[in-house]
Design a protein around this ligand. Structure first.
Ligand code: BGC
Length: 764
């Protein structure tokens, strides 16, 4: 009987998918439109309540899928039972075709309806071929290469059997203490939107059913990046204007770009957990933005509503999350255990269950899983595609473009290629794992090219390496969890490093954070050089001032001393497998750096939150700055160490001839000339900011509204043009309404957010 039913389901689906184009128009009967409306409806009609709820249940990998189920592990056994009964819709953290295939086989062959699973994985910056961390990629401001990186990651992931990534993270954050800033695109909603869209397009392509694309997931909805005090998972308390004008834009942009899934978040937003937040999920996302994909909870976030003090028990949590619009339960087991009873008791309407199941099935149809549940499971493909050469070449390209030259006094960089004695100092110079960052679930430790290895390829100079000091003294791995103990004391390697530095022409110091000092749950209260690295830097500076500081880290660092004393500073973030190659090419000038900061670098942790698009106080800097009573600190400047958008090149650029043209229909054309005034070819990211001078809500002093990358030969000039439309000129009110208000605007154009070239226009 079971077999006959399953055959019937598949036959029905094949017929429906076959005549899909014709049926689409006639079946548009629900308010939300699905691409596979008829197929979904027919399937839903065959499903029991429990099976529909099963689609809403997601489990983490629970045993070696290709081996026997461990009988001793009760939870694993229960999950296995659920899988066989069709009570699981998705799994996460399953790696590789063999395992995916084994689990898919159970879903397809052993359950009543044979509905395939969707497999999710955190492909954050590459699957096996780990690329630069997302914050680094964002520093490239190069949407094409960011898209390409996501495209490659999708191809590699799909070849491993997985069809869904939990990326991109589009959380805006203004707090460098928060460890997850490494995972996003920084502090700006405009840049964040463009990058989010590039990533979604890269992952999903034009055809989700292609074996080279995977479904993307916009996370974490919403305001997760506004965790109080930068402590991960903490409360976010923000007003409507900030929510609509700063937090929402990237989420809205990726929805418009067709992102197929969303993940909600762990945090409270204005005292309601995002996971149980109806305003966010049903109101904004599903209704206002008409999102027809599905929302997955964050890991266990449904159950976490209990300690939040919002749900009294797991049943209550399931009720709140389902009613609020959370479609899939990641690892709380709340839906599978409680939802059927809640429906029977009338606490959750079955229509909501249907809606959630339809959304999930819709994405499975789009992925082509009903055509062929093993579409992503070809072992030959896996062998040929995972880790292929082209992915490494592209990873090198994006790595070079992610590097930001923060300071370069007396043109210490690029290094000369001639019989120079170079000292390389710092444990991170010889680290082949930290450059992979903290999201490297399928990557292999020790596979990054270290800075030392990169530099060793330049044979014209002599290199001597001295570690100086470790960053951490303990780095123990328990599953995916690393415990770090910072080296706060051991300076025994200093004397050797000092000796090497003394005998060298140039010292390259590679300092910063261990790979697991940023990422989830890795918040820091000090964002300086960890351990004894600052002492090491100062000790070397005493004997040799020709220092190039190569900073490697997953967040902005407060390196105020270094900025004052060290002549050359290069921000290299964590650049993935091609790390050392990219850094060496930039240090030697084979690639002229073009990166710009996507996040403000503070002078001190006490300035946080610090961001370029702040609003003026009633007592801003300038007017009464000679007296005490203006908005400032008594022990530090208000200014950042390096502003948003900052980044130097081995050449220089000048901006001239700013012209502003106001056209009909509130279109503003801003044009200007950019000249390469230096001696070598270079690339510059020209940025345009506006300020709405007087509005019904106070507007930021500057807001990025356009950027363009220009490549110029020495002495070459190009005219560039930006177009501002209502979309860029308007803003959201405290009621969440978008308005465009007439009045005076300032325009600023240049190579960073503190550019002084400005003009103005009046919006009629
Ligand atoms: C993170 C998510 C991630 C999920 C699955 C959670 O702890 O917050 O971003 O996708 O785990 O690994």
């Amino acid at each position: 009987m079971k077999k006959i039913l399953k055959c019937y389901v598949y036959l029905l689906i094949i017929i429906l998918v076959g005549c899909h184009a014709e049926t689409k128009k006639e079946t548009n009967k629900t308010t939300i439109e699905y691409t596979f409306e008829a197929e979904i409806d027919s399937l839903i009609d065959l499903m029991t309540l429990e099976e529909k709820i099963g689609q809403m249940n997601q489990y983490n990998g629970f045993w070696d899928a290709t081996g026997p189920v461990p009988k001793s592990d009760e939870l694993a056994a229960l999950k296995y039972e659920h899988l066989k009964k069709g009570l699981v819709g998705s799994m996460l953290n399953i790696k590789g075709v063999k395992q995916v295939k084994a689990l898919q086989k159970i879903a397809v062959e052993e359950t009543r309806l044979g509905i395939p699973l969707i497999f999710g994985f955190d492909v954050i910056h590459g699957y096996k071929t780990i690329g630069p961390i997302p914050l680094a990629e964002a520093a490239s401001w190069d949407l094409e290469v960011i898209k390409k990186a996501a495209q490659n990651a999708a191809e590699e992931t799909a070849a491993s059997g997985i069809n869904w990534t939990f990326a991109p993270m589009v959380d805006i954050s203004r707090d460098a203490r928060w460890g997850r800033v490494m995972e996003g695109a920084g502090e700006d909603p405009y840049l964040g939107s463009k990058i989010g869209v590039a990533r979604v397009k890269g992952f999903q392509g034009d055809d989700l059913a292609s074996p080279k694309t995977i479904a993307a997931c916009a996370k974490h909805f919403a305001a997760y990046g506004f965790a109080e005090a930068g402590r991960d998972y903490n409360t976010a308390d923000i007003g409507t204007s900030t929510l609509y004008n700063v937090v929402f834009p990237p989420f809205k942009a990726v929805t418009e770009a067709g992102v197929r899934t969303f993940m909600n978040s762990f945090n409270l937003l204005n005292d309601i957990p995002a996971t149980g937040n109806e305003f966010l999920q049903r109101g904004v996302l599903k209704k206002e933005w008409n999102f027809n994909g599905f929302i997955v909870s964050d890991w266990g976030s449904i159950a976490e509503m209990i300690p939040h003090g919002y749900a009294k028990d797991i049943k209550h949590a399931a009720e709140l999350a389902a009613n609020a619009g959370s479609d899939m339960d990641m690892e709380s087991s709340a839906y599978v255990a409680e939802l059927a009873n809640l429906v029977k008791e009338g606490k959750v309407d079955e229509k909501l269950i249907d809606d959630a199941a339809k959304r999930i099935l819709g994405v499975k149809f789009e992925l082509g899983l009903f055509d062929d549940p093993y579409r992503y499971c070809n072992e030959e493909n896996e062998k040929n595609i995972v880790g292929k050469k082209e992915f490494h070449e592209d990873a090198l390209d994006i790595a070079k473009k992610s590097i930001v030259l923060l300071k370069n006094e007396n043109n210490l960089l690029p290094l000369q290629k001639e019989k120079q004695k170079i000292a390389v100092i710092g444990a991170l110079a010889n680290d082949k794992t930290s450059p992979l960052g903290s999201w490297r679930l399928a990557g292999d430790d020790g596979t990054a090219v270290s800075v030392l290895e990169g530099l060793q390829q330049y044979k014209e100079n002599t290199l001597t390496y001295a570690k100086g000091a470790d960053v951490v003294t303990q780095d123990s791995k328990v599953d995916f969890v690393f415990e770090l103990k910072l080296n706060e004391r051991d300076t025994s390697g200093f004397s050797e490093a000092v000796k090497v530095a003394k005998a060298s022409d140039v010292v390259i110091m590679v300092l910063g954070e261990h790979g697991y000092q940023s990422g989830e749950a890795r918040s820091r209260i000090n964002i300086d050089l960890p351990g004894v690295q600052q002492d090491l830097l100062e000790a070397i500076y005493k004997v040799n001032k020709n220092i190039v500081l190569v900073l490697t880290n997953g967040r902005p660092l407060a390196i105020t001393w270094a900025d004052k004393h060290i002549p050359a500073i290069v921000e290299v973030w964590q650049l993935g497998v091609q790390n050392g190659n990219a850094i060496a090419q930039v240090l030697y000038g084979d690639y002229n750096p073009s990166g710009k900061l996507p996040m403000t670098f503070p002078r001190s942790v006490g300035q946080i939150p610090i961001y370029y698009n702040y609003k003026n106080t009633g007592r801003p800097y300038g007017e009464n700055s000679d007296v005490v009573f203006w908005s400032h600190y008594s022990d530090e400047s208000n200014r950042p160490l390096y502003p948003f958008g900052h980044g130097l090149s081995y050449t220089t650029f000048s901006y001239k001839n700013l012209k502003i043209n106001t056209l009909a229909e509130r279109k503003i054309i801003v044009s200007l000339d950019v000249t390469n005034t230096g001696t070598v070819k270079g690339k510059e990211v020209s940025q345009l900011y506006i300020q709405d001078k007087v509005a019904s809500l106070a507007r930021p002093v500057r807001e990025l509204k356009g950027f363009e990358m220009v490549e110029l030969e020495s002495k070459e000039t190009k005219t560039i043009e930006f177009t501002l439309t209502e979309k860029e000129l308007g803003f959201y009110t405290n009621k969440g309404e978008f308005v465009i208000e007439p009045g005076e605007f300032n325009v600023f154009v240049g190579g960073s957010s503190n550019t002084t070239l400005s003009g103005e226009f009046i919006l009629e």
